[in-house]
Design a protein around this ligand. Structure first.
Ligand code: 6PG
Length: 483
């Protein structure tokens, strides 16, 4: 049992992410790391497996708190939700003003806002920190998105910077905003992650079904793409996954895995919040829905049973692989554009000063969506933080225009061949909606006015109008505000 306050930081919750983060912290000069887990065996196992880390094992929560030097800093790495509340309460009862409780899990940012508020009167700082990069990132350098007060960041910032990934010489961490801002930005990161994964999945499916390529050949295509503008962690690991053969059967690994994708919920949160904020994130939403569809096995089987024929798969031409690359790139731009729109709307609603350029910078390394492309996004927002959408930034406007014809060919080929491409399709529809001179929303306003007297505005005159649809069909001026 240890009761001396020798550790400058502690980690509670020693599942893979917590253990790796503790080891990462311990590997940095000047850190002594206390560790605690509800089940003692896990703590002992971690400490004995990694003697080089010099971890300070705590047998109880009291022991853990006693092992921390003041101001105490504890990083909580437990399952989001009730688990977090239980640990936070235990720590808060024992911590003193000025001490810091960090929640490094994938918490709902609204919970983070509430937890910070709840602890504020006690003088204990509660800081929600988004951490991305999976197990490997936690160990070797994640991308870190801290919220919480500026005061707590003064203590926390240098420690987080010491363990973060480094991109182009800069640590992938910045104080993104107050209270729940860190977890909000992490949530959006995950929404983009879902979209990126879905788009890559569609590209694979098209290359296989229409392109007629085998998984190992598609792995080569992805590896090639990873040398150009599409370079990203997800493209890189996709090539590796596609190259993998199942040891038991010798089949491609991808063919022996059940085609039903699960989720832990952050993608759903992104879409739910975007709906509340009124931000169209169709590309991200389709990625979430695509996972839901994959799990609808009874419906999938039922539809396959009643279907008598499937469309004939189109023959791929010589440019098909390049076309798919262009469609993937353009659709990715849309996913990021939608994600950053949600960031802007969240900042406005919750009063955060979210810097889009800084967020793009800390996503360049360590996190799951890290990509060469993020340099371009960072540049676009540095050049002009006031662009209304990423799609108007000169570089992206040009890049999307360059790939536009190919993007359309791919979506059309997918539709004609019966290959589902909801991500590519939704992204293209979004682009076309923004680009259209006129949208059918005018007709929808007419319908709303017809059945509900919801009024409409005109293109040629100020004011709010209603047509007496059931009577004379004359138009009346209703005032100034539509409803
Ligand atoms: C990350 C990831 C991670 C997330 C997993 C699982 O940034 O390191 O986003 O936080 O938990 O990717 O997400 P799903 O189970 O929802 O796919």
């Amino acid at each position: 049992m240890n009761t001396r306050a020798t550790a400058n930081i502690g980690v509670v919750g020693l599942a893979v992410m917590g253990s790796n983060l503790a080891r990462n912290l311990a590997s940095r000069e000047g850190n002594t790391v206390a560790v605690y887990n509800r089940t003692r065996e896990r703590t002992d196992e971690l400490v004995s497996r990694h003697p080089e880390a010099g971890l300070v094992a705590a047998a109880s929560i009291d022991d853990f708190v006693a092992s921390l030097a003041r101001p105490r800093t504890a990083i909580v790495m437990v399952r989001a939700g009730a688990g977090t509340d239980a640990v936070v309460d235990q720590l808060a009862e024992r911590f003193e003003p000025g001490d810091i409780i960090v929640d490094g899990g994938n918490a709902d940012f609204q919970d983070t806002i509430a937890r910070e508020k709840r602890l504020a009167p006690t003088g204990v700082h509660f800081v929600g920190v988004g951490i991305s990069g999976g197990e490997e990132g936690a160990l070797n350098g994640p991308s870190i998105m801290p919220g919480g007060s500026a005061e707590s960041y003064r203590t926390l910032g240098p420690v987080l910077a010491s363990i973060a990934a480094v991109a182009e010489g800069e640590p992938c961490v910045t104080h993104v905003g107050t209270d729940g801002a860190g977890h909000f930005v992490k949530m959006i990161h995950n929404g983009i992650e879902y979209a990126d994964m879905q788009l890559i999945g569609e590209a694979y499916d098209l290359l296989r079904t229409v392109g007629g390529l085998r998984p190992h050949a598609i792995a080569d295509v992805f590896a090639e793409w990873n040398k150009g503008p599409l370079e990203s962690y997800l493209i890189e690991i996709t090539a590796e996954i596609l190259r993998q053969a199942d040891p038991a059967t010798g089949q491609p690994f991808v063919d022996v895995v059940l085609d039903q994708a699960g989720s832990k919920g952050t993608g759903v949160w992104t879409v739910q919040n975007a709906l509340d904020l009124g931000v169209p994130v169709g590309g991200i939403a389709e990625a979430v829905f695509a996972r839901s569809v994959s799990g609808r096995s009874a419906q999938r089987a039922a539809v396959r049973r009643v279907i008598t024929s499937r469309p004939e798969v189109r023959k791929a031409d010589d440019t098909f692989v390049q076309d798919v690359a262009a469609a993937l790139y353009a659709s990715k731009v849309v996913a990021y554009a939608q994600g950053f729109d949600a960031i802007v709307a969240g900042a406005e609603k919750y009063g955060w000063d979210l810097r889009k350029d800084r967020i793009a910078r800390i996503w360049r390394g360590g996190c799951i969506i890290r990509a060469r492309f993020l340099n371009r996004i960072a540049e676009a927002y540095t050049e002009n933080p006031h662009i209304t959408t990423l799609l108007e930034a000169p570089y992206f406007a040009w890049a999307v225009a360059e790939g536009e014809a190919a993007w359309r060919r791919v979506v059309a080929t997918a539709a004609l061949s019966g290959v589902p491409a909801p991500g590519f399709g939704a992204a293209l529809s979004y682009y076309d909606s923004l680009a259209a001179e006129r949208l059918p929303a005018a007709l929808i306003q007419g319908q709303r006015d017809f059945f509900g007297a919801h009024t409409y505005r005109r293109v040629d005159r100020q004011g709010v109008f209603h047509t007496e649809w059931s009577g004379s069909r004359t138009e009346i001026t209703m005032g100034t505000a539509a409803h």
